[in-house]
Design a protein around this ligand. Structure first.
Ligand SMILES: N[C@@H]1[C@@H](O)[C@H](O)[C@@H](COP(=O)(O)O)O[C@@H]1O
Length: 249
């Protein structure tokens, strides 16, 4: 696993965007796995700038989002679909037919999950998967558990995740308790993985991930240690404890 420590959030974001842009220039019909949350916002902003100022072309790119809340309609401003359109898709030339995001309102959710995996297999494997990380080590919404699922599935969110995300809702009690997430299978089959982490609130989990070097279902991101081409880009704040522990030990 490659680790890059950048001075700040802006540098982390522009490095991530540069990696995405290079991949698209090499392969215009790139299959790109996308993440939500506050972490990749800077990367999306930079990619939009590159599209507008440098003509970065997304017209053949195929995107698969990692996750979506259950029971939330696509036009709900708290849905990840809404987030993706607001923060990225509305500002670049990704074709709507090439955008795949789990449907939190699917009537037959189990069948939807199977179909999502079939689509990933049809176009995939994912060439480049962008990931954030939860404070408990989740990737997508694969929460720490005794067993991690391979396929796209419905997950009951961890208390910590509900607390962390609840503040984005007008009433934190409206925060859905379940979500659809891509499983570890499609994530680990991605040819290249880029995990982004910034801010002090991620320092403890990054220290566990980088220092302990265990693979455990209790820290889903630890599986990235086994991936042949995974890179972590973090800012100094997120890397802080890992760097300190390294110096100390
Ligand atoms: N499901 C998402 C993840 O895909 C995201 O990476 C993570 C971190 O979020 P943030 O970037 O806001 O810290 O938690 C959310 O709950």
């Amino acid at each position: 696993m490659k680790k890059l420590v950048k001075n700040d959030y802006e540098n982390m974001s522009s490095d991530a965007a540069a990696i995405v842009a290079e991949a698209i220039r090499k392969k215009p019909n790139l299959v790109l796995g996308l993440a939500t949350g506050s972490t990749p916002l800077g990367m999306y902003k930079e990619l939009i700038r590159m599209h507008k100022e440098e003509g970065l072309d997304f017209s053949q790119v195929i995107t698969f989002n990692l996750d979506e809340f259950c029971g939330i309609s696509p036009d709900n401003k708290h849905s990840y679909r809404y987030y993706m359109y607001q923060n990225f898709f509305n500002h670049v030339n990704v074709m709507p037919k090439n955008i795949y995001i789990p449907d939190g309102k699917a009537e037959d959710i189990e069948e939807f999950c199977r179909e999502y995996d079939r689509k990933i297999e049809e176009f995939g494997p994912i060439d480049l998967q962008i990931l954030g990380i939860g404070r408990n080590g989740h990737i997508g919404f694969n929460e720490p558990a005794d067993r991690l699922k391979v396929d796209t599935h419905v997950v009951t969110l961890a208390e910590e995740t509900i607390r962390d995300n609840g503040s984005f809702f007008d009433d934190p009690l409206d925060m859905p308790k379940r979500a659809i997430t891509m499983g570890l299978g499609a994530i680990m089959k991605a040819k290249k993985i880029l995990l982004l982490a910034n801010g002090r609130k991620k320092a403890t989990i990054m220290a566990s991930l980088l220092k302990d070097r265990h693979v455990t279902t209790k820290l889903p991101a630890s599986f990235l240690c086994l991936h042949p081409d995974a890179t972590i880009i973090m800012d100094r704040e997120a890397a802080g404890e890992a760097l300190e522990r390294k110096t100390a030990g």
